[in-house]
Design a binder for this molecule. Structure first.
Ligand code: ATP
Ligand code: MG
Length: 712
């Protein structure tokens, strides 16, 4: 049998065979959507489509790498472009930088750099921000960008003080980014979408270039991504979207579930394929998942069955406190391993990263190897950012943020006042900060010593810039010695500095590996781009034999034989801030659904009666989602608690319980450190009042869901 179709069912084959025209593969978890995407690429190639005409997009580096591997296995050497939306955006922008006022060597600012830029703009413009934090303002700007509202078109809504402030800050922030030839994460999509929208020639060119576009996890596209995809699918409407509206979990980052729900009206001639067989989970797991997700109103009902075994009943465990929970989970993993499972068969999911610490301890006590997925941490470290800022400046001398970061790091006696004067001089003359440093003699109010230090700094950068085309390891090594950065750390006795030194060594190793993969030098920008666009899940090693610990958000698309979801508690899952908002509550239910449907054979959901969180011991309220599951067929266990089973049986009980307990106030940073990019619409919104809402959701007929204006 043809290997391309050997492991596909009839519906999957139908989707894989599809060549011309739009297609929507709408199907539940574990039904082979991702498999269809990779097989279809192989099929297109076999049909004679050129690899250059194919573009496959998804959301994480990990997912795109995985797809690339699969495609490569079926069509060796095909070099199809599989990418994340953000990488794709960056690539297009480098090609068409001039269209949006950037230079091709633009810098991509991470959340921290963007925030610093925003703060500088507010300070420089003496903009009064009332009590709104920079984070809050940044969220509002991010939300606007994801809605494709540019700085020029942003209008303050009357009566909203925040929007009035944003109306002032946003244009200034955007101007500052452009002056530095820099973009934030949202811009990678916004600029591209706008460019496509405004330049029909470019649009037509790219539509022609990428004749076949495939998107996995389409349910998580936001407005900007939607516009990009639509614009490139006018003359060649061969857009194939794969997704599951029930797994849309990035609303807070601007994902718009309407994009998938309305795909069919966007493309009237669309071919719709439904995959109904789940190959991943046991019957027991699937029934629990299905009963939960049915309670969402904003959805299209789907049927999903499996020929897999019934499997063990799903476990719902009540622990006395979080230590019991951590120990309980670790004990079971240890027992599972003793019985012949591998560590990598297990995964533990939680809503917020802050919950992982105690779990880690549990596994460590048992000596169980684990990998904790915590994202971008490495490249966020101060010393790494310091060193990379030099690289940034070499690559893009207009990058003021990088200049600010490096000008007095390591300390070279250039004070705040001097920097302010340089900044002002640069602003007035429309030049970069680095340029201003070169002309320090002309800057008013600088004494001879300051002029000397500043000029030396500029000369240092100019010297380093000569290295731009060298191998990465050489560039970094030279930066470290020329700036005396390494010396400074070596001379220090502090533990912290020793750690920093170790991290720097790791950076050098990283650079060496990069050089090996990119021989010949001249790849500085590519290296930086990899560092800028890291994802939370990048560090996850599917092959390594370790227990996986990650947030529910990060778990999307993955699968494990045994899954534990911990802290299924009111205020955590659903998250505090969603409790009074029906739409957000539905998203939390989808998040729980995503977690549950990662399990192949065994699933345990648990909560602790008492939890120490942010320094306080509190009595918890079990998640309302637990009430919505078919508990009569689940295995209920109570461990470490005197007394009996405590799960309330109806809403009256939840209210009673709630009266004598407190909700967690989950700090919003911890809550959302699962996001892959800085885009973070609304993540800082306050949760509002804390009274729980029954999980039943008002019925809203699908037709009543507002139809967004679509791109013609
Ligand atoms: P999710 O919604 O969680 O992303 P998905 O729909 O993308 O899931 P896949 O990850 O593609 O599903 O497939 C789920 C599992 O089922 C994988 O292990 C895959 O290899 C397996 N699978 C898919 N199709 C088949 C098939 N026809 N026969 C056997 N196994 C299959
Ligand atoms: Mg998938």
């Amino acid at each position: 049998m043809d290997p391309l179709f050997a492991n596909l069912n009839t519906a999957q084959c139908e989707a894989v065979r599809h060549v011309e025209g739009p297609m929507l593969v709408l199907a539940g978890p574990g039904s082979g959507k991702t498999r269809v995407v990779t097989h279809r690429i192989a099929h297109l190639l076999r049909e004679g489509v050129s690899p250059r005409e194919i573009l496959a997009l998804t959301f994480t580096n990990k997912a795109s790498e995985e797809m690339k591997l699969r495609v490569d296995a079926m069509s060796p050497g095909s070099r199809v472009w599989v990418s994340t939306f953000h990488r794709f955006g960056a690539r297009l922008l480098r090609e068409y930088a001039g269209f949006v006022g950037l230079t091709p060597n633009f810098t991509i600012y991470d959340t921290d750099d963007s925030r610093q830029t925003l703060k500088r703009v507010i300070e420089a413009g003496k903009i009064r921000t009332a009590h709104y934090s920079p984070d809050r303002i940044a969220s509002a700007i991010s939300a606007a960008k994801n809605q494709l509202i540019t700085a020029e078109r942003y209008e303050s809504r009357t009566g909203s003080p925040l929007s009035q402030i944003v109306a002032e800050v946003y244009p200034a922030y955007q101007a500052r980014l452009l002056a530095s030839s820099a973009v934030d994460f949202d811009d990678l999509l916004l600029h591209v979408a706008n460019m496509l929208y405004q330049n029909n020639d470019v649009r037509a060119e790219l539509d022609e270039r990428y004749r076949f576009i495939l998107v996995d996890e389409y349910q998580d596209t936001n407005r900007a991504q939607y516009v990009m995809l639509r614009a490139m699918s006018v003359d060649h409407p061969n857009l194939a979207a794969t997704g599951d509206p029930d797994q849309s979990i990035y609303g807070w980052r601007g994902a718009d579930i309407k994009n998938i729900l309305q795909f069919e009206s966007d493309f009237p001639q669309v071919k719709v394929v439904r995959l109904e067989q789940n190959y991943r989970s046991s019957k027991a797991v699937l029934r629990v998942a299905d009963q939960l997700i049915r309670l969402n109103m904003r959805r299209k009902a789907k049927s999903l069955y499996t020929d897999n075994a019934e499997g063990d009943p799903v476990k719902l465990v009540q622990y006395g406190n979080q230590d019991d929970e951590a120990r309980g989970v670790a004990d079971q993993i240890a027992a599972g391993i003793a019985a012949g499972r591998r560590p990598r068969d297990f995964a533990v999911f939680y809503r917020v990263n802050a919950l992982s610490r105690v779990l880690e301890r549990g596994l460590r006590e048992h000596g169980i190897p684990y990998q904790m997925i915590r994202g971008q941490e490495f490249y966020q470290r101060k010393e790494i950012k310091d060193v990379l800022a030099y690289c940034q400046l070499i690559n893009n001398p207009r990058d003021d943020q990088a200049a600010l970061r490096t000008i007095n790091t390591p300390v070279r006696g250039i004070g705040r006042k001097t920097i302010d004067r340089l900044g002002e001089f640069a602003y007035v003359n429309g030049i970069s900060l680095l340029e201003a440093c070169r002309e320090a003699v002309q800057v008013e109010g600088l004494n001879a010593r300051a002029i000397k230090s500043v000029t030396q700094y500029a000369a240092l950068i100019d010297r380093l810039s000569l290295l731009a085309g060298a191998a990465l390891e050489e560039i970094l090594g030279t930066i470290l010695t020329e700036t005396k950065y390494r010396e400074g750390l070596q001379d220090s006795e502090s533990e912290e500095d020793l750690n920093r030194l170790a991290n720097i060594e790791e950076l050098l190793t990283d650079a060496r590996q990069f050089d090996e993969a990119h021989p010949g030098g001249g790849h500085l920008e590519e290296y930086l781009e990899n560092a800028w666009l890291v994802n939370e899940t990048d560090s996850w090693e599917a092959e390594s034999d370790k227990v996986t610990m990650m947030t529910l958000h990060a778990a999307k698309g993955l699968e494990f034989p045994v899954v534990f979801v911990v802290a299924v508690e009111q205020g955590l899952l659903p998250h505090e801030r969603s409790i009074n908002d029906d739409e957000q509550l539905e998203e939390e239910r989808r998040l729980a659904f995503v977690g549950i449907t990662r399990a192949k054979e065994q699933l345990q959901l648990s909560y602790a009666v008492h939890r120490d969180f942010r320094g306080q011991r509190r009595r918890t309220v079990p998640s309302p989602f637990l009430l919505e599951m078919p508990r009569e067929e689940m295995e209920l266990v109570s461990i470490g608690t005197p007394g009996s089973w405590d799960v309330p049986t109806d809403w009256e009980d939840v209210h009673d319980l709630h009266d004598d307990s407190h909700h967690f106030e989950v700090d919003s940073d911890a809550a959302d450190d699962s996001f892959e990019f800085g885009a973070n619409a609304d993540r800082n919104d306050e949760a509002g009042s804390s009274s729980p809402q029954p999980a039943s959701v008002k019925a809203i007929p699908a037709a009543q869901i507002t139809t967004a204006a679509r791109l013609a």
